[in-house]
Design a protein around this ligand. Structure first.
Ligand code: ADP
Length: 496
């Protein structure tokens, strides 16, 4: 025996009357004929009756609605007699003032020694709040269903393929156009099916790009060959944007898929034409330049000299243009190769500044790096100069209202990497366009003054590829009307 129970303590434990009266749920007991013989204070308060108005005065059926009375007689009582207890029954209870409230009833019978039914004990839970929430939930669900139907109706009107995906990237809806276009069964859609439609060589890059967008929440944009019902593999543009709730969490991805085959083929033809044309143009331009140099050395009047100088400048611009087009075709065909060697970074920077200063006198190039030390990097000096000239000339071209550009070189803590920055205080680039400026032929056209600067939109595309071939990546930070910083890093092989 663990210990003795004191009699007084035992009595106070048994005295549960107070608990019964003030319990958070209603209690009452009734005889098999329905007459209520005991009821607690909580339930009386809910009903609005005094105890003497209920006990031996009212039957259970007096306290419930007509519908509940039918259920009481047809289901509840027979069940109680068979099972001895009935739980979680819904009854509408009528208060003294005639108003009803929904209640959940649990009941258990009391029998005498002979097994005769003596009374029924009942607990009552007021479920008004629960019913209210259930109603609100039902309403919200109906609204969501209606919204979904409207969305589906709209997406089926659009001639484009529309799809949605969960925040994890699982495609959970495709519109009717998808099934018509790919000729698949409406019931047969799955992520695997979609992947099977992607041209095998494009699969890896598509999945990788999609996973990267899911990870960083950025817009998805991927050109990929997909096999449709009638035309075999064709180029398509897959796009998706994350939908964020007010707290910023992504709750859905909304996507589209458009056939851009004709456009891509036209671009390919254009690239092929540019490739051939620039190759053909390079030889005559080189000989024209040579003749021009000869003319510059010959005795002539000032007027002729002026004409010859002007034609030399025009020829240089033409040469630069054709070289850019050739670079692009080499990049397109994967034939842009570097001649890597141990290169003095300071010398490349100095040379680039000299060349830039010959063409642009409007801006001062502020050199923010230690000119006494030389950093050696593994690079193609000619191509690296091309990168620097492009960045510096852009910095000058796109800052018409300022007169300086900063060229900065910093080393990381372990002095193993040099970071090269070209900083301007010019027009800047709108945030939504920053990632696009490295695209082929892309030019920002909506910035004030930007339209006045001539260009092909190829420079950043070319130098991005050159920097990539050096094992690095060119980046940009920019703010409209404050300026831009283009930067990239190179590993240092040696310092002197
Ligand atoms: P281009 O200068 O011939 O147009 P680029 O490829 O060098 O081609 O640049 C692409 C576009 O990026 C430019 O048209 C311009 O809109 C924008 N851009 C490049 N550099 C800067 C800069 N430093 N400041 C503002 N905009 C820039």
């Amino acid at each position: 025996m663990v210990g003795e129970v004191n009699n007084e303590l035992l009595e106070s434990l048994i005295d549960v009357e107070e608990l019964y009266q003030n319990a958070p749920c209603g209690y009452f007991s009734f005889l098999p004929n329905g007459t209520i013989v005991k009821i607690n204070r909580t339930f009386l308060n809910w009903l609005g009756y005094a105890e003497e108005e209920i006990v031996l005065q009212k039957k259970f059926t007096d306290l419930i609605s007509k519908g509940s009375v039918i259920y009481y007689e047809m289901v509840y009582l027979p069940l109680l007699k068979i099972q001895g207890q009935v739980n979680e029954i819904n009854f509408d209870i009528i208060r003294k003032n005639g108003l009803c409230f929904p209640a959940l009833i649990n009941s258990a019978v009391i029998k005498d020694k002979t097994g005769e039914l003596r009374a029924i004990n009942v607990t009552v839970y007021d479920i008004t709040d629960r019913k209210k929430y259930e109603k609100e939930l039902f309403l919200a669900k109906s609204l969501a269903e209606a919204e979904k139907k409207r969305f589906e109706f709209l997406t089926n009107l659009i001639p484009e393929i529309i799809w949605t995906a969960s925040p994890k990237g699982e495609i959970d809806y495709v519109n009717q156009r998808f099934y018509d276009y790919f000729g698949s069964e409406t019931s047969g859609f799955s992520a695997e099916y979609l992947i099977s439609r992607v041209y095998s060589a494009d699969r890896k890059k598509t999945v990788r790009a999609w996973l990267a967008c899911l990870k960083n929440g950025r817009d998805f944009h991927c050109e990929v060959r997909l096999q449709n019902k009638s035309d075999g593999y064709q180029w398509h543009l897959l796009r998706a944007m994350p939908y964020r709730e007010s707290q910023g969490d992504i709750t859905k991805w909304f996507g589209s898929c458009a056939n851009i085959h004709d456009h891509v083929i036209a671009l390919q033809r254009k690239d092929e034409f540019i490739n051939i044309a620039s190759h053909e143009l390079k030889t005559p331009i080189t000989s024209l330049k040579a003749y021009n140099q000869l003319l510059q050395r010959m005795e002539s009047s000032d007027k002729v000299k002026d004409f010859v100088d002007k034609s030399a400048t025009t020829l240089s611009n033409l040469h630069f243009l054709v070289s850019s087009l050739l670079d692009v075709s080499q990049i397109n065909s994967g034939q842009l190769n570097l001649s890597l060697s141990t290169t003095s970074l300071s010398r490349v920077l100095k040379h680039s500044i000299e060349l830039i200063s010959l063409n642009y006198s409007s801006h001062q190039i502020v050199e923010e790096f230690d000119k006494t030390e030389d950093l050696l990097v593994t690079a193609d000096p000619q191509r690296l100069t091309q990168v620097m000239i492009n960045l510096l000339s852009n910095a000058i071209k796109y800052s018409p209202n300022s007169n300086k550009v900063v060229l900065k070189v910093t080393k990381n803590e372990s002095r193993s990497v040099a970071k090269i920055e070209v900083i301007d205080f010019g027009l800047g680039i709108p945030a939504e366009k920053v990632d696009l400026v490295f695209n082929k032929y892309y030019r920002v056209t909506d910035t004030k003054n930007n339209n006045r600067v001539s260009g092909l939109g190829l420079g950043l595309y070319i130098i991005q590829n050159i920097v990539k071939l050096h094992g690095s990546r060119i980046n940009v930070k920019s703010e409209v009307n404050f300026g831009s910083t283009f930067y990239f890093s190179l590993p240092i092989t040696e310092e002197s």
